[in-house]
Ligand binder design. Structure first.
Ligand SMILES: Nc1ncnc2c1ncn2[C@@H]1O[C@H](COP(=O)(O)OP(=O)(O)O)[C@@H](O)[C@H]1O
Ligand SMILES: [Mg+2]
Length: 274
């Protein structure tokens, strides 16, 4: 379906839903590949030992591990917010992310969701969602405003996270869970091929946490986007992941579906006796 600016006054909130889904053509190659990627921080901390990891479209991967295990480091190496000190990060569409220009391109296709959703409180939900479009056009275009199609896309994204009614509400008047869902809508409006979420439910109550994770899972499946979420709660990992990657002391100690995560493996991840 083509977005039609002529219908700007009567937004068809479902029109834009076809956009992300139509872009992915069921490829078999992994969307991302880490090849021997390791991270040693400048102070000498080894945060990630040399790691191989493939990610697939439409797969919800949870990076599970206690605080300090290396979840954020691994997650951030996927969009090079953390620079690996060894190994290669490859994207299926771009190849090895070996230059700043390639990294910039990769980041346009990769949305990031943080624990603190990093919204602008005094702006509406809609306006916050639209900020994700800034990477797609020049600052001059930005000053001229967003197109009708972009505004419709933003509304559609808010609708998909259950916040259509809150589009014009200032973000500082929304609950923590609603704010995190605005963060997801903003990520969606970027039309990403991959979504990285670093402890997105760390500050939410169980009901809001489940809602956020379930929205992420639905997006992952409907749009066939690769979604990688770091969590420290085993319970949520079991409930929402297709695949759990268990980390302990900067190394992957488990990689498989939730039912395969047995007590001895859990003990390796959490460092407690089974
Ligand atoms: N910028 C940094 N400089 C030095 N050490 C860091 C930095 N960020 C994280 N670390 C250390 O790297 C290890 C892994 O951290 P991190 O990836 O944040 O783990 P997690 O997200 O699982 O809590 C920890 O020992 C942490 O203290
Ligand atoms: Mg972390």
């Amino acid at each position: 379906m083509v977005l039609n600016a002529a219908h700007a006054d009567t937004p068809d909130v479902h029109a834009a839903a076809a956009v992300p889904a139509a872009r992915t053509a069921a490829p078999t190659q992994p969307i991302m590949r880490l090849d021997g990627v390791g991270v040693v921080y400048p102070n000498g901390t080894t945060a990630l030992r040399p790691t191989d990891l493939d990610l697939a479209d439409g797969e919800m991967t949870v990076l599970l591990g206690p605080s300090g295990a290396g979840k954020s480091t691994l997650l951030r190496s996927l969009n090079l917010l953390v620079a690996p000190t060894q190994g290669t990060v490859r994207s299926r569409d771009i190849g090895a992310l070996s230059s700043r220009a390639l990294v910039r391109r990769h980041r346009r296709d990769t949305a990031m969701i943080f624990q603190q959703h990093q919204l602008i409180g005094r702006l509406t939900a809609m306006h916050n969602v639209l900020t994700s479009r800034l990477g797609r056009h020049s600052s001059w275009r930005t000053m001229l405003g967003f197109s009708a199609a972009e505004r419709r896309l933003a509304l559609d994204c808010l609708d998909r996270v259950g916040l259509f009614e809150k589009a014009l509400v200032r973000c500082d008047n929304l609950s923590g869970g609603q704010q995190q869902r605005v963060g997801i809508a903003r990520a969606l409006a970027q039309e990403p091929k991959m979504i990285l979420a670093d402890e997105p439910v760390a500050s939410l109550d169980p009901t809001a946490s489940r809602r956020v994770l379930s929205v992420l899972r639905t997006i992952c499946k409907e749009d066939r986007i690769a979604v990688v979420v770091s969590l420290h709660q085993l319970e949520y990992a079991r409930e929402f992941a297709d695949r759990i990657v268990g980390l302990a002391q900067g190394a992957i100690v488990f990689d498989g579906p939730p039912p395969a995560l047995d007590p001895p493996t859990l003990a390796r991840i959490y460092g407690t006796p089974a």
